[in-house]
Design a protein around this ligand. Sequence first.
Ligand code: GRF
Length: 213
Amino acid sequence: MKSAVILISGRGSNMRSIVEARTGLDVRAVLSSRPDAPGLAWAAAQGIPTVALDHRSFAAREAFDARLAEAIEPFAPDLLLLAGFMRILTDGFIRRHEGRMVNIHPSLLPAFPGLHTHRRALAAGAKVHGATVHLVTPELDSGPIVIQGVVPVIPGDDEAALAARVLEVEHRIYPQAVRWFLEDRIEVGEGDVVRVRGAGVSSDTLVSPRDPR
Ligand code: GRF
């Protein structure tokens, strides 16, 4: 069995989708960079250990990350899952956990790294949009891509409508990526390209590659 610590900052719906998917992942703790994150209360109600680290009480990024690493260490997780964790991590922290730290980003990377992805996709006139689960590397939102979920941009969409459509696909692809990690099927090959052992190339336009089960 593999274990994880999930890092959140707010609502925590992606964390919830991972916990509720009952993948067999041992979620050892949920950590939040905001003490008032609603997701933290939900995790505690499930009996999952929670830790709140208020990023505002740390003067420097390095100090916050050092404390974060310290808080994670006793749980000795195989995976660190970033799920709506709204902090840019230092290179030192990322290197320390490289290869086992995963993030979900609400765009089809490499398009729209950073913030306000839905607004930017609408402004660019994108016809499709979506979300990406990727391994975390020091360069922001640009690590090896594990899985992407694609949704159409529908005429008349506003930011909220598009965000809701993307969120639905986020809740499908993150648990799927976790299953692949649990099954040891993720392989990072040449040029940092991820191959999922046993998954075929798919023409599925909603979640690609198609759930291979
Ligand atoms: C999600 O859209 C995630 O992709 C982004 O922030 C949002 C967090 O939502 N990084 P939640 O906290 O998981 O509900």
